[in-house]
Design a binder for this molecule. Structure first.
Ligand code: DNO
Ligand code: MN
Length: 354
């Protein structure tokens, strides 16, 4: 397990590299050029500058999250090819800079979706929350408005430029069902995977969050069956997964221990965090502690340990603790606590093995 921490870059994050340095066992920074629009080329110079800055603090820069996929690619529009060419060149440029894994997703319009960014928990902290009822009944425009007003920092995947086109995008997706989206994903993968393979990079698709359709939009990376279908599209090593326990595990149908046992070998990157799912399907993010949520985090770590997992791991999101002002889900404290829990489990499993 190669422990990492996601960081949004200088001037774009309340957490600093100096803070992260003080979290025991943390080797790498999961980074991105966060000022880039989906579809835009990441130049060698821009990549070099960011990588050198992070490395000068003693961290590796092996993992990028995300290089976002332009909506025209997901929609399968004719204009997609130019964006795919940019994507390919970005992969080559990242490979040249030593990057090993690129995390990406293929969710229409929205990236991860929540209805409340600062939902109070019984312990006095706040966390990201998904109210299923609300999402079923709310107009997406309304949701976007409430959620964006709750935070000054724009959420990844909720970039203002993209959201401004919301109605237009919804109109365009009317012609795209799940099968069409799969075929658009396949077209994209067939174009980029050989390039990634040659660049020494593993692409790691992130599951849809939550892992089911919302607002009538198709969502396809939702569980073990999606993984099987991905493997059938290409068994190149470059065709990898991001094992995100909190995203995929937000559906009670997904047993994350079994999924980790079965697919860790294809997952160069893991996001390990817990969620508590309520009877009505709503869920809240919690601490990483197994007892606090619905996902067997210690079982997931054991499954990885049993396979001598050497992939990159990050604690993904955390609660907001002790009055911290930060990006929703991306504070310092709870993610640091999460890391210590994950490393503690790992050490204990090491000892048990003898
Ligand atoms: C949320 C993240 C996602 C993830 C993208 C990957 O915190 O897990 O935004 O970065 O879906 O492309
Ligand atoms: Mn995740």
């Amino acid at each position: 397990m190669n422990m990492t921490f996601r960081w949004y870059g200088r001037g774009n994050d309340t957490v600093t590299l100096e803070h992260i340095k003080q979290i025991p066992g943390t080797k790498g920074i999961v980074w991105a050029l966060h000022n880039k629009q989906a579809g835009e080329l990441w130049t060698k110079e821009e990549i070099k500058e960011e990588v050198e800055y992070i490395q000068s603090h003693g961290f590796h820069t092996d993992v990028v999250e995300s290089v976002n996929v332009h909506e025209d690619i997901k929609l399968g529009k004719q204009t997609r090819d130019q964006y795919i060419e940019n994507y390919k060149q970005t992969i080559r440029n990242l490979g040249e800079a030593g990057v090993k894994v690129i995390c990406y997703n293929f969710m229409p319009i929205f990236d991860w979706t929540r209805t409340d960014l600062f939902h109070p928990l019984p312990d006095g902290s706040t966390a990201l929350y998904f109210d299923k009822e609300k999402v079923i009944n709310l107009d997406p425009q309304e949701l976007v408005k409430t959620v964006s007003e709750a935070s000054d920092l724009s959420l990844p995947g909720w970039e203002p430029e993209r959201l401004a086109r919301l109605s237009e995008l919804f109109e365009e997706y009317k012609g795209v069902d799940e099968e069409q989206l799969w075929s658009n994903l396949q077209y994209f993968l067939e174009a980029i995977l050989p390039v990634a393979e040659e660049a020494g990079i593993q692409m790691a698709i992130h599951p849809d969050d939550p892992p089911y359709s919302i607002f009538g939009l198709p969502r396809i990376i939702t569980g073990a069956a999606s993984y099987e279908r991905l493997i059938r599209i290409s068994d190149l090593e470059a065709n990898g997964f991001t094992l995100c326990t909190g995203s995929m595990g937000a559906s009670p149908e997904n047993n994350m221990v079994e999924i980790a046992e079965k697919y860790a070998y294809r997952s160069p990157f893991a996001h390990i965090r817990n969620v508590k799912i309520f009877d009505n399907g709503s869920f809240t993010e919690t601490s990483h502690y197994t007892t606090d949520g619905s996902i067997d985090i210690k079982g997931v770590v054991k499954a990885l340990h049993d396979q001598n997992y050497e992939g990159y791991v990050r604690p993904d999101h955390g609660r907001h603790l002790w009055g911290e002002v930060c990006r929703p889900g991306y504070g310092l404290y709870d993610r640091a606590l999460g890391i210590m829990y994950l490393l503690g489990l790992w050490d204990a499993y090491n000892n048990a093995k003898g």
